[in-house]
Design a protein around this ligand. Structure first.
Ligand code: NOJ
Length: 578
């Protein structure tokens, strides 16, 4: 009886003293910072960002406390999809510079202790690639790199695409080529023919691409559109790709990608095994020098499918299957409970031995400051950088950049142009989140000396710029720097996590480790509140302000009664539990 009584106590003591500080790998402790090369810094005045521009600004990355960048594609491309249509996977795009420029970038990054991750775009090439051009000439090897299908003849004797599959951008996913008398599949723009992953030559070629840049010293890859990699095996359907069923989504017209349920073109099982094979390639390099190469997968899918990219059984996959929940599930209209649910989702579904990651923006989605509102920039950065796991920042989030206004005339993103709608194009266009990075309040916000950069500069750049925010006493940039520093504390590296919606508007989470504990409080709304933090277990007494959002009336060091903390509209606070 007595032994039974004592057992829980003994176990509890053991648990408390056995917290294991696991060895964290470089990718687990850094922040990843996404650079969209076309928009970061233009070194030669042509209005387009380039590699030398990036190299010249690497100190900014260092300065904000980031130790890894990932670059959106900088490979040779006709730019129908701004680099995601690659004509030569082994070359640098001429508007962005040369291979020597790339090597100089790598060298400077290494000097500053910054790792460089590239974008791997395995699903498709450009229709201007040698591979596709050779395919059109009937070169068998390359013909088999792509997905070809016969058309069907309708009742009027007209040739029509093989089935109802749709491009992600809109309209048929099939394009006819006279040269070979067949249709090719393009799940994105016409200029992006899909590669055929049922062909072992393609599989091998992409592994060569992976090895090529790893040999140049890159630290890994963000892998584009992975869940589009495989189409269903048409042999299972009598040799013809079957139609996809209607999704039944209202407000989706016939040409819209969302009008279909993509059961044959997305999330096919073979995809996961391909990713595990790529991880093996990355690990070949680790075996040589002991340095992990990282893989981040870009997949918008159900959480159950997203976590499959981590691995299965003894197969390992991506270290960071991107977690887009804070982009897709919540926005400015979300309640604290909505935020809590979105945050807890990835943490709940990921395997216990894997890291979470946090993303609130990228070049495909309206900027974080626009989606959540500019007043929440610091609060959201607190969430992204202090939750357990890896933080990912899209360039400009550290200074609170907002979406730019891009007129119909200036719109260049295929996603906007393809709507052919001068009124509603902006709902689809991704140009607003791609406007030039804001360095100062000078010409083109310091991005370029050109008369007209490739996209216009966004509003608010007179204060939403690096120079201003570095000089200011309080700024988003200063908050970001402080967060990057705080992240290095053990409590944020190893500490446990618990979250609460303290009321409709206030999301809060606690991180604790040994004797140290912090509570992060973010008011999502325009209403002041007084909240009771003692709803968190083991929290009583006082809390002390470690960091506060720019507009907060509090000062660092201020102490408050944990049971009655005043929180003003949109305030973000990092509080140490005393
Ligand atoms: C996802 C990329 O992020 C996006 O910009 C691109 O248009 C598609 N994949 C196609 O590569």
């Amino acid at each position: 009886m007595r032994a039974v009584f004592l057992l829980p106590l003994v176990l509890a003591v053991c648990a408390a003293s056995s917290i294991r500080e696991k060895d964290l790998d470089w990718w687990e402790t850094t922040i990843f910072y996404q650079i969209y090369p076309r928009s970061f810094a233009d070194s030669n005045g042509d209005g387009i960002g380039d590699l030398n521009g990036i190299t010249s600004k690497l100190e900014h990355i260092k300065d904000i406390g980031v130790e890894a960048i990932w670059l959106s594609p900088m490979f040779q491309s006709p730019m129908y999809d701004f680099g995601y249509d690659i004509a030569d996977f082994y070359a640098v795009h001429d508007e962005y510079g040369t291979m020597e420029d790339f090597e100089a970038l790598m060298k400077r990054a290494a000097e500053l202790g910054i790792k460089v991750v590239l974008d791997l775009v395995p699903n498709h090439t450009s229709n201007e690639s040698v591979w596709f051009q050779e395919a059109l000439k009937g070169h068998e090897k390359y013909y088999n790199y792509f997905v070809w299908e016969d058309g069907v003849i309708d009742e009027n004797g007209q040739r029509q695409p093989p089935n109802n599959w749709l491009s992600r951008f809109r309209g048929s996913a099939w394009e006819y080529r006279e040269e070979v008398g067949k249709y090719y599949l393009h799940q994105f723009v016409i200029g992006q023919p899909d590669l055929n992953y049922r062909n072992p030559d393609v599989v091998e070629e992409m592994k060569n691409v992976i090895r090529f840049w790893l040999e140049k010293g890159v630290a890994g890859y963000r892998v584009d559109a992975v869940n589009y990699l495989f189409e269903v095996d048409k042999a299972l359907f009598g040799g013809k790709y079957p139609d996809e069923p209607l999704s039944g989504k209202i407000n989706e017209d016939a040409g819209s990608h969302a009008s279909l349920d993509h059961i044959y073109t997305k999330d096919q099982n073979e995809t996961y095994y391909m990713v595990y094979d790529w991880r093996d390639v990355l690990d070949e390099f680790k075996a040589k020098d002991g340095v992990s190469r990282v893989m981040m997968t870009e997949v918008y899918a159900t959480i159950q499918n997203v976590v499959k990219y981590f691995g299965e059984g003894d197969r390992v996959g991506a270290q960071m299957p991107f977690n887009f929940d804070l982009i897709t599930d919540v926005d400015a209209s979300s309640s604290a409970a909505d935020i809590k649910r979105a945050v807890d989702k990835f943490l709940t579904y990921k395997p216990v031995d894997k890291e979470a990651n946090w993303i609130v923006g990228n070049h495909d989605n309206s900027r974080m400051a626009t989606r959540y509102g500019p007043a929440l920039v610091d609060g959201i950065n607190m969430i992204v950088l202090l939750l357990p796991g890896v933080g990912v920042t899209y360039m400009g989030e550290e200074i609170g950049m907002v979406d730019g206004y891009v007129s119909w005339e200036d719109t260049v993103d295929p996603s906007g142009c393809i709507t052919n709608d001068p009124i509603n194009y902006w709902k689809s266009s991704r140009d607003p989140e791609r406007t030039p990075f804001q360095w100062n309040d000078g010409l083109n916000a310091g991005f370029s000396t050109a008369e007209k950069p490739w996209l216009p500069v966004a509003e608010g750049y007179n204060t939403l710029n690096v120079e201003f925010q570095k000089a200011a006493e309080k700024s988003h940039l200063k908050v970001y720097q402080a967060l990057a520093k705080l992240r290095q504390e053990k409590v944020f590296r190893y500490g446990r996590y618990e979250s609460l919606a303290l009321n409709e508007d206030i999301f809060a989470f606690r991180r604790w480790y040994n004797n140290k504990a912090y509570i992060i409080v973010v008011n999502m709304r325009d209403t002041d509140h007084v909240v009771d933090l003692t709803y968190f277990e083991n929290v009583s007494g006082t809390v002390q302000v470690e960091l506060r959002s720019v507009a907060s009336p509090k000062n660092e060091g201020d102490k408050y009664d944990a049971s009655a903390l005043p929180v003003v509209a949109y305030e973000g606070l990092v509080l140490e539990v005393k």
